[in-house]
Write a protein that binds this ligand. Sequence first.
Ligand SMILES: Cc1ncc(COP(=O)(O)O)c(C=O)c1O
Length: 392
Amino acid sequence: MVGNHNFVRLDTSHLPSPCHVIDLVRLEDNLKLLKRVADESGAEVLLALKAFSCFAVAELISKYLAGTAASGLYEARLGKTRFGGQMHAYVPGLRDEDVDELLTHADHLILNSLGQWHRFRGRLEARPGKSFGLRVNPGHNEVENPLYDPCAPWSRLGAPASGLKAEDLEGLSGIHIHMLCDHDYDAFDRMLDAVETNCGHLFGSIDWINLGGGLLVTEDNFPANKLICRLQEFRSRTGLHVILEPGTAVALHAGALVSEVLDRSTNVGAFAIMDTSATCHMPDVIEAPFTPDVLGAQTLPRETEPRPDIPDIVRLGGPTCLAGDIIGTYRFKNPPKVGDRLVFLDLAYYTMVKATTFNGTHLPALALWDSATDTLDVVRTFSYKDFESRLS
Ligand SMILES: Cc1ncc(COP(=O)(O)O)c(C=O)c1O
């Protein structure tokens, strides 16, 4: 995603490599916009921890957002203990042994099915002051890639709205819907229409509706005022309390991954081996797939053929033994040399949370960068201990 960011001003020479760099200025700009949406629309905005859980910036985030949304027990604990504020948990596969601890952290718990609700209801209702909801699939699709479409036919995420009656929600106070992935306002607008059409029969039985994440509120030129008006109008007509839980939008254009060129060579086309890996540090690059942008280079389609006649076209890959550990193919004005640092843009959300040490590969360090004052603070580095401690 190319957008406004400050990384052209980043001096990478003082950083360890590889290293995630979070730009505090852009992060705070994103948070200010999300808070404006919350304040002016009356909706509650949470951070979806699955996308971005970096608690080195928890204090900044909790200044602007009402709390966090978790997808598992440990995220719920991290949200409550490191970020504070309201903690909303939705765990598709709820383990019997996790329920009690989950309720010590979560203020709101969303069940994935009515079966889950009936199985755990007694234990849940024994905890005063908690609110419970049901994940509902409205049966409307906006996402093309099935990997990211929670509303596809046969989706295991949420109870199909068409099979639900208002009385099924007895004892529950809300519903949770998540349908978007990196979408713009128009998709949100269509989503809310579909939610009203397909889930409107449930509104009389609930107090709140969580509309999930996937909306790029902080993308350049996003029509925030339209979103605010739509939410205000929806709230006043339905009387429902509205919750949004963006992940990507919180850290959009605020994070980068700095990486060094370890080797250059040629096999039909030119390639470089980096000290960061697609499979270890950016698995969505392979799963989605997508190609992250590199500062100062043109991103070429993933299917680009090797070109022995064009040395400016370089394929970048990771240091692991996986043949498919390919980050992408790029056209450079000045092809990088061994020892050069490259900046992969928009690699903070869904990357830090997913990183692994396959092949004994280093985990990227983490630095906070104030792009206004050019102050860098390396807050975390990793070592052999982090690799070893998970293996026995
Ligand atoms: C239930 C739920 N809420 C929120 C999010 C956050 O979405 P995004 O990071 O795209 O804003 C996701 C992403 O998968 C999700 O599944």
